[in-house]
Design a protein around this ligand. Structure first.
Ligand code: NAP
Length: 282
């Protein structure tokens, strides 16, 4: 049976460190502050918002919530982004994505000041992830995968990592972050041939597809570490990942659960980015 790489201990350890850094900032007269912008009432957004609020509260980060109706237009959303840009007391923005209105989402991403981009909405931040320039923050979920691997002492240097999924939110940025750790990364997608074989031949497998229990026993081999980024619901309406946990955990060395794996670390990484952004202004 595989070791279970739970997210909570990673989040707790990050939270302790961030609480101390937040106290130091407050002593210097700076209260780290995050704006959260939500359009509509999607259940996934509400769940993430609730988790992020609790994490910020625990650490001492102040949060300004902006909630817009689901039919808010591009002009209205961008006006709020401009207000955030001009408010020196706010150090970061979390806008729940994707928006249904793709053009409004693009405009919002283009409007945000990159210095407040704590979740990699802007092209400037994305470029920093790809060039390793040290500018900008990686998407919180992509960064959470790397934090989790580091916490559990998983060595990446020289190892073969298969990343399944190539979105700009997870697959591509996490591949770049892993390459920074000197892993040999294979990026896979819906047109990859012999996907189970490519996955089986990796030391670390990262699944970010969005398909419930897609990665089964035929995709894995003994000794592997499996990181399941997926958040889906199964046929019975229960939360599950992209990996078929029951069959895969019988084979591999270690695996993250869903829920309670990567998702639990994501809000702590968001808080870390807000604290770093606040530290840059002192
Ligand atoms: P996405 O934008 O829909 O991208 C899915 C990727 O998976 C695409 O690159 C797609 O390939 C690939 N894919 C789809 N079917 C495939 C198949 N049969 N074989 C191989 N590759 C396949 O999804 P996303 O935004 O990256 O999210 C992925 C998952 O992570 C979702 O379950 C989402 O809910 C979850 N998520 C988790 C967190 C967290 O905090 N844990 C945060 C955000 C998202 P193509 O490019 O070829 O189409």
């Amino acid at each position: 049976m595989a070791d279970v790489l739970k997210g909570v201990p990673v989040a707790v350890s990050l939270t302790e460190e961030l609480t101390a850094r937040c106290e130091r900032l407050k002593a210097l007269g700076v209260t780290p502050s995050l704006a959260m912008l939500r359009v509509g009432e999607k259940p996934g957004d509400l769940a993430y918002e609730s988790g992020a609020l609790k994490r910020c509260e625990k650490i001492g980060i102040s949060v300004k919530k902006i909630i817009l109706p689901s039919d808010a237009d591009s002009k209205e959303i961008t006006a709020h982004i401009n207000e955030i840009n001009n408010d020196d007391s706010i150090h970061g923005l979390l806008m729940f994505r994707p928006l249904d209105d793709k053009s409004a989402e693009r405009s919002a991403c283009e409007a945000l000041d990159p210095s407040k981009d704590v979740d990699c909405m802007t092209d400037a931040s994305l470029s920093g992830v790809f060039t390793s320039s040290g500018k900008g923050y990686a998407p919180c979920t992509a960064q959470a995968c790397v934090e989790l691997l580091a916490h559990y002492g998983v060595i990446l240097e020289g190892k073969r990592v298969a990343v399944v999924g190539r979105s700009l939110v997870i697959g591509r940025p996490v591949s770049m972050l892993l390459m920074r750790e000197n892993a040999t990364v294979t990026m896979c997608h819906s047109k990859t041939q012999n996907l189970p074989e490519v996955c089986r031949n990796s030391d670390v497998l990262i699944a970010a597809i969005g398909k419930a229990k897609f990665i089964g026993a035929d995709f894995v081999s003994p000794g592997q570490v499996v990181i399941d980024v997926g958040i889906n619901t199964d046929d019975e309406g229960k939360l599950c990942g992209d990996v078929d946990y029951d069959s895969v955990s019988e084979i591999v060395r270690a695996i993250t659960p869903v829920p309670g794996g990567v998702g639990a670390v994501t809000t702590a990484v968001l808080a870390k980015h807000v604290i770093e952004s606040a530290e840059r202004v002192i």
